[in-house]
Write a protein that binds this ligand. Sequence first.
Ligand code: BG6
Length: 510
Amino acid sequence: MTDVSGGGSNPLLDGLRIEPTPESTTLVIFGASGDLTRRKLLPALYQLSRAQRLPARFAVIGIARTEMQDDAFREEFYKSLSEFAEVEERTEVATALARELSYLAGEMDDPALYARLSEKLHAIGSDGVLFYLAIPPGVYATVAEQLGRAGLVKPPDGRGWRRVIVEKPFGTDLGSARALNETLHRHLDESQIFRIDHYLGKETVQNLLVFRFANGMFEPVWNRRYIDHVQITAAETVGVERRAAYYEGAGALRDMVQNHLMQVLSLVAMEPPIAFSAENVRDRKLDPILSIQPLLEDGRTSNVIRAQYTAGWVNGKEVPGYRQEDGVAPGSVTDTYVSLKVLLDSWRWAGVPFYVRTGKRLPKRTTEIAIQFRRPPLHIFKRVSPTAIASNLLVVNVQPDEGISVRFEAKLPGTRMQLAPVMMNFRYGSAFGRAVPEAYETLLLDAMLGDPTLFARHDFVEASWALITPVLEAWQASGEKAIPTYEAGEWGPREADAMIAAEGRRWRTL
Ligand code: BG6
């Protein structure tokens, strides 16, 4: 192994580096010829290397079924950089990293593959080995079993570490998630399992913890006494793209809510952990999920609205309906939009609804958390400024315009006492003047450092599936041939508006 940390051997720089760098590590990517590797993992490794965050001794072994030589895998790496990281030239950092890339072709259930892998790992001799399962979920258990049988999940002589990153989807319902946890636990200790949820790697999502628990002024009002309701939105303009084979069996509730949005909700709703440590944070994050009232009431799922997009216009482009997309069944009832009203049985949140919505082919790509505060108890300006006052609002813009805004009432300049709502904005870009790292960079590095704070623990995943599964089963059992629709380019179906309007509230206009 050579130094791929982007020239980090300068001792003067070492003293300035306050961010930790992992020990010597080999990353083994199962599914190395796949989409995730090209789109996310290889670009993330390049960026980490450029920022001098990779271990000085670092190697990558790509594994997939496709026959390929090491050099061809390196070419794939350069291609991925130019396509997904806007790196056209073979920079010094890129070529140094490429030298550490190698490739093994084989079948995931073939013990011979693992014997070759074992030899290779032995020859490289890193302290740490991180296995990344960037493969279809049907093969997770096979790979875990084979790694276990080949003795690859324990470091020889007990020195160093072995960890496994498991990609989403982690199961398709409670039963399959439990079964997968059981299989993984047969071969690995929970401390070795890193279930990735890329939303937790987003800078703005991590900042929720800092915003809430490193400031004194927000937490005292972060409860039912001051907050009227919370809206969490994850809107996408893209459709199903080329992922119908996966998405048809998933739908928005599984694809976005069970994992990403439940994680976000728990960060908004959790109690303060006693310390910023992986287990303290993950213990507290579990509570809100466990306290959510069942989504199925008397066999009815009235607090969950599902819908599917029909043909329409998005970003000035005409787009087909979901049922007309490649690979989608003409009578598909897969949800491409879902909205939920969630109530938590907790002292902090009793009676405060959390409205959650996500959908594809919506008018705008934006993810945000809006905390809607209650109005002041009395409108003392009513006589002089008769318009109703807007209640205070705190918006965490998760993406794309990362930041936090607060809306409050101000006096309109002039001789009369007139009120108007104004915004106070914090923007990452202008405040820090540096780019926000990609979630995969943060998460890959954390896994190398052995920090599981931003990874999903087994009990969270199961609790979240326990909440969602009855709804999925009820939908399945209903045998409905059609579900509500919304035109591509609209903010979801009428039913979702009606759900929130029934309580005298409305979705935010974004
Ligand atoms: C993925 C889903 O987990 O998250 C996709 O499978 C979705 O369907 C994506 O598009 C959204 O992620 P982001 O980071 O673009 O909000």
